[in-house]
Design a protein around this ligand. Structure first.
Ligand SMILES: Nc1ncnc2c1ncn2[C@@H]1O[C@H](COP(=O)(O)OP(=O)(O)OP(=O)(O)O)[C@@H](O)[C@H]1O
Ligand SMILES: [Mg+2]
Length: 358
């Protein structure tokens, strides 16, 4: 799509001054021939030196007139081009520099227009990408909101249409409606986090804390959920002292919580989730691994995209929206840290991220 004018312009154009010299030279040469013929045939009675002087004068006048015309003509045209392609207004001294008659101006302009059109093409591509992103995002959001809204509507209308008096369903339907309302709330909260993180306005509230302690408190939060599935959660390596890190504690808590919740949601019954810490000079590597269902290699590179789920039906059954890992990645990006994933189907998954040591 990018138009490249640069290749065409390799041939050398004469500079405006060379052009003026050449043209005046050629015209003067023909005038000289004419005068010679006139002189030799006796029509011209002037002395040789006067003829010579006149020719020099003629050459000079011609030369300066051509330079002047070219200067004005080129200046006008180039000014127009620059007006279109340059966003900033030019300073007067820059304008004066714009036309240097000793330079190959045409090639310079060609090159500048070429670069300009390349940049323009890139900007258009970028805008198209953003537009697609926005469209997809809107589509994904409405798709995700539809299910819980539809469910709530269904339960409430059934209750209104007489179900409320039916003791066998009334409490159950209200509970289900409430559960779907909770899910709606979760989605909206996740969306809020994402849009805040993507708007680059997030202020990190960094502090020094013990990452082992933080992980330990999140273990407790997920204790019941893990127990329901018979999954054991524990630290991998027995470290005497915890690692002190420098980060936004609450946000890193969110990261760990999502990784642990995933390891339970996508773990096998009676499985094992382990968290390990590895000292890597300036950073600590935190790894959350499970021996669950695993993720196929073809999905790994898209895992951190928002709304991306490997097995949509299972994820939805687990109440997943596919926003968790997108938020995780954003949070670590804001911390200028990295996250990676290794996984094999049926063997399990390991997510690892780094944190600056305090
Ligand atoms: N430990 C894991 N084992 C297997 N698959 C996983 C694991 N973690 C994530 N996945 C897959 O990656 C997808 C994206 O995970 P992510 O945390 O972004 O979304 P989610 O858990 O489905 O929903 P949410 O976190 O928004 O509640 C999941 O739907 C699941 O398919
Ligand atoms: Mg998740």
């Amino acid at each position: 799509m990018a138009i490249n004018l640069n290749t065409k312009s390799k041939r050398k154009n004469p500079t405006p001054r060379q052009l003026a010299i050449n043209t005046s030279g050629i015209i003067t040469f023909f005038v000289l021939l004419l005068l010679l013929i006139l002189k030799l045939s006796g029509f011209l009675l002037l002395h040789w030196w006067i003829i010579f002087l006149l020719l020099i004068l003629f050459f000079l006048i011609l030369y300066f007139s051509i330079v002047e015309v070219l200067d004005r003509y080129i200046y006008r045209k180039i000014k127009l081009i620059y007006k279109v392609i340059r966003k900033a207004k030019m300073a007067p001294e820059e304008k004066a520099k714009m036309v240097d008659l000793d330079q190959d101006i045409i090639r310079q302009v060609e090159e500048e227009v070429g670069t300009w059109s390349d940049i323009q093409a890139k900007e258009i591509d970028e805008l198209k990408k953003l537009e697609k992103y926005r469209r997809d995002f809107m589509g994904d959001i409405s798709h995700e909101l539809k299910t819980p809204i539809f469910n709530i509507q269904g339960y409430l209308h059934t209750l209104l249409d007489g179900g409320l008096e039916d003791q066998s369903i009334n409490r159950e339907y209200l509970k289900r409606a409430a559960k779907n309302a909770d899910r709606l709330n979760n989605i909206v909260q996740d969306l809020e986090s994402i849009s805040l993180l993507e708007s680059n306005t997030v202020e990190l509230d960094k502090e020094v804390f013990d990452i082992r302690e933080l992980v330990s408190s999140i273990f407790e939060e997920y204790y019941l959920q893990a127990k329901d599935k018979g999954i054991e959660i524990k630290f991998k390596n027995v470290v005497e002292k915890g690692f002190m890190v420098m980060a936004d504690k609450e946000k890193i808590g969110q990261v760990v919580a999502n990784l642990i919740s995933n390891s339970i949601k996508y773990g096998k019954d009676s499985g094992l989730t382990q968290v390990g810490f590895y000292d890597m000079d300036k950073v600590v590597l935190v790894e959350v691994s499970d021996n669950g269902i695993g993720i196929g290699e073809e999905h790994l590179h898209r895992l951190f995209e928002r709304f991306y789920r490997v097995d949509k039906s299972r994820a939805r059954h687990e109440g997943g929206t596919g926003l968790g890992l997108a938020i995780v990645k954003h949070i670590l990006e804001v911390h200028k840290q990295t996250i990676n994933v290794r996984s094999s189907i049926d063997r399990g998954t390991t997510f690892g991220f780094t944190l600056d040591k305090a």
